[in-house]
Design a protein around this ligand. Structure first.
Ligand SMILES: Nc1ncnc2c1ncn2[C@@H]1O[C@H](COP(=O)(O)OP(=O)(O)O)[C@@H](O)[C@H]1O
Ligand SMILES: [Mg+2]
Length: 377
């Protein structure tokens, strides 16, 4: 175990102070959404105006932040709630649940003329958007970032990512965008100019589909896919802008993991994804860890405390042994992450907080544990 003072929490504080975008990646269930919210809260506590873009927050977390499920824009976390949770005044926190349908709807409204936008939005296909459009979930993050990165209302955006190995695929523009829509489906449905043969093939295909789905549905599908492919150039430009921002020194990528082997394995996988794309990888957050408890005294070190009988200490010993070996194992994991993070990287550990983590004070507590003591105002 290393005994040297660790600069990791100072580095984390510096990211919260200086960056415009912080992206959190990692396996599903490790605490990406929780950590995103906690870090966003900590940045607000340090006086910044922050937007946290979350993916599938646990219901209680969403409630704690006061974000309604289908909002079409970010919601401000009421100042009073922040104060109650111990957050200092001066900053602000907005939160938004990334919903592909809503982000896409905003995009359509922005890009298409009003009548056309209405026609597109009136199709029933929104419900099927993520099935129809491969990568829509991932692209949603890029589109939201594009919208808010230029927005002077925010100093920092904290971006949570979907629990998918493909979470960063949206950055591989423009090549991947052509695979956005299943090309086979697009070719079958989109009205095509020229070529009699193609047109006849198109008619044939649509008649098959008309028989399968009914005429209205097929027409809606045509409108929808036509509109979507018409927006490709804008989508590509947005993605490229976001790619440039995320590749710059204004961004930072953090990996969240639990101490379990599978989660750590995913974290290392994401690191290769991040560095392979030349994005600024900054380090690890080891969530739900006992690493800090490794420094707690063991019952055998407390025998001189007259308040506690030797017998009861002996009874607690096996329990303490188990806790301690867990703590030592987690501390070793943290040490390994520190050395993997490299000379300028960071690795910080967040404790398991139980249910408390789902309210604002819990989030604040989680973040305080990751950061150096707050400078007094
Ligand atoms: N440090 C922690 N202590 C206790 N519970 C936690 C902690 N971090 C996350 N959780 C809980 O674990 C669950 C999954 O966390 P979440 O942030 O939604 O993970 P992810 O976004 O990676 O899927 C949630 O119920 C959350 O409240
Ligand atoms: Mg999540």
């Amino acid at each position: 175990m290393s005994t040297s003072p660790d600069p990791s929490s100072d580095r984390l504080a510096a990211l919260l102070r200086d960056k415009r975008v912080i992206v959190l990646c990692g396996a599903g269930g490790v605490g990406k959404t929780t950590t995103s919210a906690a870090l966003a809260l900590a940045a607000a506590d340090r006086g910044r105006r922050v937007l946290v873009l979350t993916v599938d927050p646990a219901r209680r977390l969403a409630e704690a932040l006061g974000i309604p499920p289908h909002a079409d824009a970010p919601t401000r976390v009421p100042e009073e709630l922040l104060r109650k949770a111990g957050v200092r005044p001066g900053g602000a926190l907005d939160a938004w649940m990334l919903d592909p349908r809503i982000v896409f709807e905003n995009l359509v409204k922005k890009l298409a003329p009003p009548e056309k936008a209405k026609a597109i939005l009136d199709t029933r296909l929104y419900r099927h958007l993520t099935e129809l459009v491969a990568g829509m979930q991932e692209y949603t993050a890029a589109e939201a970032l594009h919208t808010f990165a230029e927005n002077q209302a925010y100093d920092l955006i904290v971006l949570d990512t979907p629990p998918s190995r493909n979470a960063l695929d949206f950055l591989d523009a423009p090549g991947r965008l052509s695979r956005f829509l299943d090309e086979g489906i697009v070719q079958m449905f989109l009205p095509r100019e020229g070529g009699g043969l193609l047109r006849r093939a198109g008619r044939l295909v649509s008649s098959v589909f008309v028989r399968m789905f009914g005429e209205t549905f097929v027409q809606e599908l045509q409108i929808f896919l036509g509109a979507f492919s018409g927006m490709f150039s804008a989508i590509r430009a947005h993605t490229e802008g976001v790619r440039a921002l995320l590749g710059s020194d204004q961004a930072a990528f953090l990996l969240v993991s639990s101490p379990e082997t599978a989660a750590l394995h995913e974290a290392h996988f994401f690191r290769t994804q991040i560095e392979g794309r030349a994005l600024p990888f900054k380090g690890f957050v080891l969530n739900r860890s006992h690493a800090r408890a490794a420094t707690l005294p063991h019952p055998s070190e407390l025998t001189h405390d007259a308040e506690v009988s030797q017998a009861s200490l002996d009874k607690l010993k096996p329990l303490a042994d188990r806790e301690r070996s867990q703590a030592i194992a987690d501390a070793q994991v943290l040490d390994e992450l520190r050395s993997r993070a490299g000379a300028h990287g960071l690795a910080v550990a967040a404790p398991h907080l139980g249910d408390a983590v789902e309210d604002l004070s819990g989030l604040h507590q989680l973040a305080q544990g990751l950061l150096p003591e707050r400078p007094s105002v």
